[in-house]
Design a protein around this ligand. Structure first.
Ligand code: N0T
Length: 528
C-alpha cells in the first residue's frame, strides 16, 4: 500500500509532443523541455560500465542520457525477461536528476542483427533474413518477416509494460525504436514473397497518402522503387513495434537515420535502403503514424551539408539530433540546430570507456573536446524550459561558422542581422592605423549563435565566438538603427533577469560573444 501510494504521489503527465505557434515542442512534466543529450558508445548498456558513463555525461552538462537497451539483454531466452539493467539505470539517472531516452536495439542496429538474442539469430527459418537475387542470404532481417516483427514487438511491449510499472515519474521521456534501420548493400528483399509484393501495385494507403494512382512500384517511383518499397515495409514493421509498445506506455517515439547525400538523392547515395533518409520521409510519414519524429545522425563535417540535413528534417516534424560526431568541430552545429527549434542535440560517444569511432567523431575525447560541447550546454542549461518555450513560439535564426569563415546574414522583420567570425572584439576590419595579429580563432571551426525575435525590435541572442551586427534592413532616408540597450541575463519563470547591461566596448563594434556563451536581450530603436 505504501509503495502504491508513493508511485501515485510521483506520477506525472506523459511526455508528449505539442504543436506551438511556430514549431512543435517536447512537453515534459507539463512544460516544454529541450534535451541536452549525451549518447555513450555502443555496449555501455551494462551496470558495470555505467560508472564510466556518468562522470563524462556530467562533465558535459547533459540533462538527458540516450542509452541503448538491447533485445538480447532483456529477453535472453524466449519469453524470459530481465529488466535489471533498466532498473539500475533508472535508479542512477534519478539520483543525478537525469532524464533518459532509451534506444531499442532490436531487429535493426545500423541495419544489422547484432543486438538480437542468440535464439533469434540462430533460428533463420523462423526469423527470415533478406535474400539476394541469387538466393543467397543477406544478414539483415527481412522487413517481411512477420515472426520477427511479432517477436520484436512482444519484447518491446514487455519493456514498455515494465516502464509503465516502475517509471510513473517518466524519467524515461522518449523511446528510439530500432537504430539506423534499412539495409546496407542490398536495396530490397528478393525472396519469393517479397518479389511478389514488388511485382504488385503499391498499397492503397500509400497511394492515398501521396495522392497518386495505385500503380506498380516501378511506375510510381522509377529508379527509387526498390528503396521506397523497402522503406514502406521497414516503416510498417517499425510502426507495429512502436504501436505494441505504446499500447503499454504511450511515450513519444522516434526513429534515427543513417544519412545519404545531403543535397541530392540522385546517384544512389541515400544511406541504407529503407531507412528514414530524408528522401524517404514522405513514405515513412504515411507508413508509421506511431512515430512522432524522424531524426538525422550527423557525421558530416561540411557545414553546408549539416544545415541542409537540419532543414530537411525540421520540415518533417520535430527536429532532433540524437547523434552527432563528438569531435570539437561538430559542437558549433548546436547553434543552427537550436536555431531551427531542435528539441534534442546529442553528441555520440560520451563515456570514459576509451572507445572512439574516429574518423566519424573525435580520436580522443579529451577535456578540450568535451568543453566544446559543454560550453553551449551551459548556456541552454541556464533555461532549458524557457528556451524550449521561446523556440516553440518565436521566429528563430541559428548559424554556425562556415568553412570559409564568411559573414552570414538573416533578415528578421525590419532588421538585418549579421554574424561574423574570427574577429577581434574591438575595432573594425578596415582599421589600418594600428597593427593587429590575426584573431587566434580565425582558422578554428568554432562559433555560432541563436537568435529569437521576442518582439519586433527585441531579440534574445545566445552565442559563442561570434560578433553580431544588427542594422535596419532597408533604412529610410536619414534613418539608422540604434541600440536602445543590451542586457546580459536569462529568463527565470517567464521573467527576464538582468545580470548587467552591455555598453561601451562590448557593443561598440558589434555584439561580441566570447568563449563563454551568454544570453543577451537586445532592444533596438531607430534614429531618424
Ligand atoms: C552510428 C554510430 C553508432 C559507409 C557510429 C553511424 C550508432 C549508430 N552509425 O559510431 O554505431 O549506434 O547509430 C553510421 C555512419 C555510416 C558511415 C559509413 C558509410
Amino acid at each position: 500500500a505504501t509503495l502504491a501510494a508513493a508511485s501515485v504521489a510521483t506520477a506525472q503527465a506523459l511526455p508528449r509532443f505539442e504543436e506551438g505557434a511556430l514549431r512543435p515542442s517536447l512537453v515534459v512534466d507539463g512544460e516544454p523541455f529541450v534535451m541536452l543529450g549525451a549518447q555513450p558508445n555502443n555496449s555501455s548498456n551494462y551496470p558495470a560500465v555505467l560508472e564510466e558513463v556518468w562522470p563524462v555525461v556530467e562533465q558535459l552538462g547533459a540533462n538527458t542520457l540516450l542509452m541503448p537497451v538491447a533485445w538480447e539483454q532483456v529477453e535472453p531466452g524466449e519469453g524470459r525477461f530481465d529488466f535489471s539493467f533498466v532498473d539500475t539505470l533508472l535508479d542512477q539517472a534519478r539520483a543525478r536528476e537525469m532524464r533518459l531516452v532509451l534506444l531499442w536495439y532490436g531487429t535493426w542496429k545500423n541495419t544489422g542483427p547484432s543486438y538480437v538474442p542468440a535464439w533469434v539469430k540462430r533460428d533463420t527459418r523462423r526469423f527470415a533474413r533478406m535474400r539476394k537475387a541469387d538466393g543467397s542470404t543477406h544478414s539483415v532481417f527481412s522487413p517481411h518477416g512477420a515472426a520477427t516483427m511479432q517477436a520484436d514487438a512482444r519484447a518491446f511491449a514487455a519493456l514498455m509494460r515494465h516502464l509503465a510499472q516502475v517509471d510513473p515519474q517518466h524519467t524515461v521521456v522518449m523511446m528510439q525504436v530500432e537504430n539506423e534501420s534499412g539495409s546496407w548493400g542490398l536495396d530490397r528483399d528478393r525472396a519469393p514473397e517479397a518479389e511478389a509484393l514488388f511485382a504488385g501495385p503499391i498499397p492503397h494507403e500509400l497511394a492515398d497518402g501521396l495522392g497518386i494512382e495505385r500503380q506498380s512500384w516501378s511506375e510510381a517511383f522509377g529508379p527509387r522503387a526498390a528503396q521506397f518499397f523497402n522503406s514502406w515495409y521497414v516503416a510498417r514493421y517499425i510502426d507495429s513495434v512502436a504501436a505494441a509498445g505504446q499500447a503499454e506506455l504511450n511515450l513519444p517515439m522516434y526513429v534515427n537515420a543513417a544519412l545519404g547525400n545531403a543535397f541530392t538523392d540522385e546517384g544512389g547515395d541515400v544511406g541504407p535502403s529503407g531507412g528514414p533518409n530524408w528522401n524517404a520521409l514522405p513514405i515513412w510519414r504515411i507508413a508509421a503514424p506511431h512515430i512522432s519524429a524522424f531524426a538525422p545522425d550527423i557525421y558530416a563535417r561540411d557545414p553546408k551539408a549539416v544545415e541542409t540535413y537540419l532543414d530537411r528534417y525540421a520540415a518533417s516534424g520535430p527536429l532532433m539530433v540524437p547523434e552527432i560526431g563528438n569531435a570539437a568541430e561538430y559542437a558549433r552545429f548546436i547553434w543552427p540546430a537550436m536555431g531551427r527549434g531542435a528539441v534534442m542535440f546529442s553528441p555520440f560517444g560520451i563515456d570514459g570507456t576509451g572507445y572512439s569511432n574516429y574518423p566519424l567523431g573525435a580520436n580522443e575525447l579529451d577535456a578540450d573536446t568535451l568543453e566544446a560541447f559543454a560550453a553551449p550546454y551551459r548556456l541552454f542549461a541556464q533555461m532549458p524550459r524557457e528556451w524550449a518555450r521561446i523556440a516553440r513560439d518565436k521566429p528563430l535564426w541559428g548559424a554556425a561558422k562556415g568553412d570559409d569563415g564568411a559573414d552570414q546574414s538573416r533578415i528578421m522583420g525590419r532588421w538585418q542581422l549579421t554574424a561574423q567570425y574570427g574577429r577581434w572584439a574591438f575595432g573594425e576590419d578596415d582599421w589600418t592605423w594600428i597593427a593587429r595579429d590575426p584573431h587566434p580563432l580565425a582558422d578554428v571551426a568554432t562559433g555560432g549563435l541563436v537568435v529569437a525575435q521576442l518582439a519586433d525590435d527585441v531579440f534574445l541572442v545566445g552565442g559563442q565566438n561570434v560578433k553580431l551586427r544588427i542594422a535596419l534592413a532597408q533604412p529610410g532616408a536619414g534613418q539608422q538603427g540604434e541600440i536602445i540597450e543590451a542586457q546580459e541575463g536569462r529568463f527565470v519563470d517567464g521573467e527576464w533577469q538582468m545580470r548587467r547591461r552591455w555598453n561601451g566596448d562590448q557593443i561598440d563594434y558589434g555584439f561580441n560573444f566570447g568563449t563563454e556563451p551568454v544570453w543577451l536581450r537586445i532592444e533596438m530603436g531607430v534614429l531618424e
